[in-house]
Every structure is written in structure tokens, then in C-alpha cells.
Design a protein around this ligand. Sequence first.
Ligand code: NAG
Ligand code: NAG
Ligand code: NAG
Ligand code: NAG
Ligand code: NAG
Ligand code: NAG
Ligand code: NAG
Ligand code: NAG
Length: 534
Amino acid sequence: MLPSLLLFSLLLSNFRPACAATAEQWRTRSIYQVITDRFALEPGAVVNECVISNSTWCGGTWNSIRENLNYIQDAGFTAIWISPINQNYEGPRTAYGDPYHGYWPADVSQLNEHFGTADDLKALSAELHLSLTQEKKELIEQVDIVVNNVMATSLTPDYSSYMFKSAEYYHPYCVIDWTNLTSEQQCWLGDTTVPLPDLNSENSDVVSQYSSWISDLVQTYSIDGLRIDAAKHIRASFWPAFAQSAGVFCMGEVFDPSVPNVAEFQGPGALDSVLNYPAYYALVSAFALPGPQNISALTDTISQSKTALGNFLENQDVPRWHNLSVDPQSMYNAMSFSFLSDGIPIVYYGQEQGFSGNADPYNREPLWPSNYTNTSSYQLMTTLNQLRNFLVNTTDWATQSMDVITSNDHGLAFQKGNIVTILTNIGAPPQNFTNTAFQSPWAHGTVTIDVIACRQFVVASGGYLEVEYTKGGVPVVLAESSFLQGSGLCGATLAALHDSSTGDVVAQSSASRHTPLVWLAVPLFLMSVSLGSW
Ligand SMILES: *[C@@H]1O[C@H](CO)[C@@H](O)[C@H](O)[C@H]1NC(C)=O
Ligand SMILES: *[C@@H]1O[C@H](CO)[C@@H](O)[C@H](O)[C@H]1NC(C)=O
Ligand SMILES: *[C@@H]1O[C@H](CO)[C@@H](O)[C@H](O)[C@H]1NC(C)=O
Ligand SMILES: *[C@@H]1O[C@H](CO)[C@@H](O)[C@H](O)[C@H]1NC(C)=O
Ligand SMILES: *[C@@H]1O[C@H](CO)[C@@H](O)[C@H](O)[C@H]1NC(C)=O
Ligand SMILES: *[C@@H]1O[C@H](CO)[C@@H](O)[C@H](O)[C@H]1NC(C)=O
Ligand SMILES: *[C@@H]1O[C@H](CO)[C@@H](O)[C@H](O)[C@H]1NC(C)=O
Ligand SMILES: *[C@@H]1O[C@H](CO)[C@@H](O)[C@H](O)[C@H]1NC(C)=O
């Protein structure tokens, strides 16, 4: 399953300068997020040496990412996000471990030697941009950067080894008042054990040096986009000029559940995009089991924000989904939301392997003990990517807005372009629970396909659809079958859509019923999903 190693000389010969992707192009992409240290080992490395609680380097490098890109490409991703590349603190191990994650910058004008050389990083970038053969689709690269702060081990650090070498470039130390945004932007993150000295982004020298730094970085390594750590901790008005110098798509981290607070950092006065923390909190609230099962939290968030944000269920700062929710179907439903609602889907490495670590450092597991297995979650992710790639290739789906068709305490149905997605929070156990019937966008007699289970359904009179969950709370993703021709999904012909392995009768519409389309939701296929990899 791991890719063949392409020769370095071949990569260099195909290397071409950055043709930076625009925000419009990024909207069509789906992103796989990796922590460089934890994604893959170099050949010959000892596999059992990574002790997560040690919070130290486990051996992943830019080369080992490059050598294992097939795992990402085979799942249909079209972009990767890699953890910060710049030099970090070098010194005795702190109480919080070593900066294997890359988020403790020192001299950001240098690369981080733990992860390889400049040529290694260029080779990774070149391979990402390579599309030599039809099977090898081009991936684009988003690099994580830390601009807000550096890392130190005292409140009065010697700055001579940093890119900004004197205290005048930093805000004076103060403790953050989390009720005051100015304080969040000018006081120091971290604590007294590992303080994170805050760059004075009001200082014009800081502004201009950062500007030339990011311009050089993006061009030298052919970076297509930036993920900006702690973007909320710098005044929003800093970002437009910075992003202009970068010349690429910028997605900021604004770690905040509130739509208005997050929205302040997206738009012409700030950044192209931000991570969708409001939707993250809402998805946990709506789908985690056990949990409040609050679908309104999700529909409220959808109604407040209709822009291209980065949708995610996990990252290096929040617990794994399976630490919050034990039910596999809860993740499949939430994952379907990430891919098929407005925004850019982001999957954090290991989510597809059922990792379940809690907060830092336990949510930064090495991926290799999973053997990169083709799990049920990996397959669901692949299907969702295949559908989404087809949609963005063949229609203006990426720029269409989602509309919630209906919602109740147990789920919601929404439409975006040609797709209707029906999600539920009832979980894996079978239930004789019927969601509210709702009017689909399709006319009576339309043949539709659930692309996840490859089942065919015919829309009944009045355009009504109804979903029944006798086999558990599976996500349902419907498209007109005629539309799917050529997508490679669920076979090319309708005949292939009947699931002969289960022997179940596929439900059909019946004009005599009040709820004409009865969904006998997904028998053996999804039972094997829920048993297969957990
Ligand atoms: C990691 O932790 C184990 C067990 O606590 C310890 O034996 C080992 O020396 C540690 N390794 C490193 C590199 O710190
Ligand atoms: C907010 O924080 C800033 C920076 O620390 C401080 O100057 C200002 O007085 C604070 N405002 C309030 C209302 O506390
Ligand atoms: C559900 O979330 C909404 C916020 O969108 C909140 O107003 C409401 O109180 C929540 N309901 C419960 C039962 O927690
Ligand atoms: C959540 O993470 C913690 C720490 O890694 C772990 O001890 C616990 O078992 C996890 N819970 C689940 C449900 O996986
Ligand atoms: C990965 O492979 C090793 C060696 O064959 C095996 O011991 C281990 O159980 C496998 N892990 C998973 C998650 O499949
Ligand atoms: C994963 O398994 C599915 C089902 O067997 C298969 O269709 C798919 O090609 C596999 N993916 C990879 C990358 O091997
Ligand atoms: C999308 O379009 C590209 C370029 O034409 C093509 O290589 C790729 O196979 C298409 N993908 C899908 C899923 O249609
Ligand atoms: C659902 O209802 C059918 C028919 O009433 C019954 O046979 C079946 O046992 C019920 N299943 C569950 C999980 O309640």
C-alpha cells in the first residue's frame, strides 16, 4: 500500500515554481492534516519506540511524508496540511516535552532540522505538485506557520538566537485576560513554565520583516496555502497585508465557538478563511454519543455562517472524536457533514484509523502502528472524497450554498447543489425510529442513489422522502442516479446498485403510503462498518 519511492533527481527535474492556488481553487479541495513527526517513519526505523506520553520526537520527516503520499491520495484528498516547518526551541526538555509538533518557534528564518533539509522540503513540495500519470493526482500543500509568538523558557529570554533579536519587537509580558480581545492579542500565550513571547505586530519593523519572510518562504518551497496558528491573537488588521505578501490562500486558527468572533477574522479586512471552530463545537453537540444530541446547535451555526471555512472533527488541539463519542455512526454522520456542507473538509491524520486520544499529547498518536489499514472509516472518507471531487469537477457545487431542508431532535436533511444529505444522531443500535418525512428537491419517480450504501430509491409522490433507521443511524447521501453517471461511484449502471450480498429488498416508493419512500436503512454493509474497525 505504500508508494514506490520516486528518485530525488526525477522529482527535481519535474519541479516547477509555485503557481499559488487561489481561494476559489481551495474551496474545491479536501485537506488531509499531518503532524510531520507522527505521520510515517523512514525505512528501517524502529516502529515501537514512539511513547506518546514522552512528548518527544518519534522520527517522522518530510521525506517520510513524501514516501507515503499514496495513503493520502488513494483516499481522494487533493491537498495536505503539514505541521510547522520552521526552526523551534532547541534545549533541555521542558516539563511539557520537546517541540516535536513544531509549534514552539525560535528562529523562523531557518527550517527545522528534525524534519529534514531544504532539499527534502522542496522534494516533498515537488512530489505534491507532480501529476506525471493519471493515477497520481496533483495535491496542493498548506503549510502551518506560527507568527503570533515564539517560545522561551523564561519570562526574560535572550532573543539573540531568534529571528526577531531584541525585546523591542515583542509585547511586554502580561497574563491574558480572556474577556478582553486586546489582551488576548498583546499578552503572552503559554504559561510561566513555557512562555510564548508575543510578537509586537503593531511594530512596523515586525510587519515588514514578517512580510518579506513569508514571501520568501512561500516562493522558496512552492507553498500553495498557509494555515496560520493563533490568528486570533494578532489584530485582524495585520492580516490583509501579510496575506498579500504571502500571495497564497490563508486559513487562520480562531479557536472560538462563537460565529461572530470567528467571522471577524475572515473577509477582506482579515484572512481568506478560518477553521470552522463554531461548526466543530456544534457537531460535537449534535452528534457525540453520549452527548446532549443538540441538533439545534448545528442548525443555528449553519444559519449564522455561510462561508468557506475549514471543516474538521479533530486536530492537534482538541480530543479525538472517538474520545468524545464512542459510537462509530456518530463519526460517520459528522464526517459526512464536514464533506458535504459548505466549506473545505479537513481530516486530521489518524481519524480514519479510529484513534481515540484525548487532549495534547494523547491526540498526536503515531500513525504507523495502524499499518495504514484500509478501514471502514478510510473507505467512507474515500467515497466522500470521490463524490466531492466529482461534484467540484463537473458542477459549480463548491460555490453553491447549503440549505437545511428539515431538522428535528434526531437529525437533519440538507441540500447543496445536486446532493441531499440526511444525518442522524441516533447512533449505531437499530431503532424503529422514523425521521420526519420531508419534501425532497426531486419529482415523483426520480431514481436516486445513496452513494454510501449504493442503494437505489425512487422518490414517491409529492417528492417525499422518509428515512427509517431499523439498522442503525447511518448517514445517507443522495444524488439522482442519472447525475452520477461517470462518477465511478456505485458502479456505472443501475443494475449494479442492487446489493446482492445482503439479500435485502431495496425499498421502493408506494403511492398508497403517506410516507411514500420508506428507507430500510442499510443492512449488512453498515453493520460491518460498525464492527469492522472498532
Ligand atoms: C520514553 O518513556 C519511556 C517509559 O517511560 C522511557 O523508558 C524512555 O526512556 C522514554 N524515551 C525517551 C526518548 O524519552
Ligand atoms: C484590555 O487589554 C489591554 C491590553 O492588555 C489593556 O490595555 C486594556 O486596558 C484592557 N481593557 C479593559 C477594558 O480591561
Ligand atoms: C442547544 O443549542 C442551542 C444553541 O444553538 C442552545 O440555545 C440550546 O440551549 C441548546 N439546548 C440544549 C438542550 O442544550
Ligand atoms: C480518552 O483519552 C484518554 C487519554 O488518552 C484515554 O485514557 C481514554 O481511554 C480515552 N477515552 C476513550 C473513550 O477512548
Ligand atoms: C500492524 O501489524 C503488526 C505486525 O504485523 C501487528 O502486530 C499489529 O497488530 C498490526 N496493527 C493493526 C492495527 O492492524
Ligand atoms: C479499500 O477497500 C475497498 C473495499 O474493499 C476497496 O474498494 C478500496 O480500493 C481499498 N482502498 C485501498 C487504498 O486499498
Ligand atoms: C477531476 O478532474 C481531474 C482533471 O480533469 C481528473 O483528473 C480527475 O480524475 C477528476 N476526478 C473526478 C473524481 O472526477
Ligand atoms: C422494529 O419493528 C419491527 C416490526 O414492528 C419488529 O419486528 C422489530 O423487532 C423492531 N426492531 C427494533 C430494533 O425495535
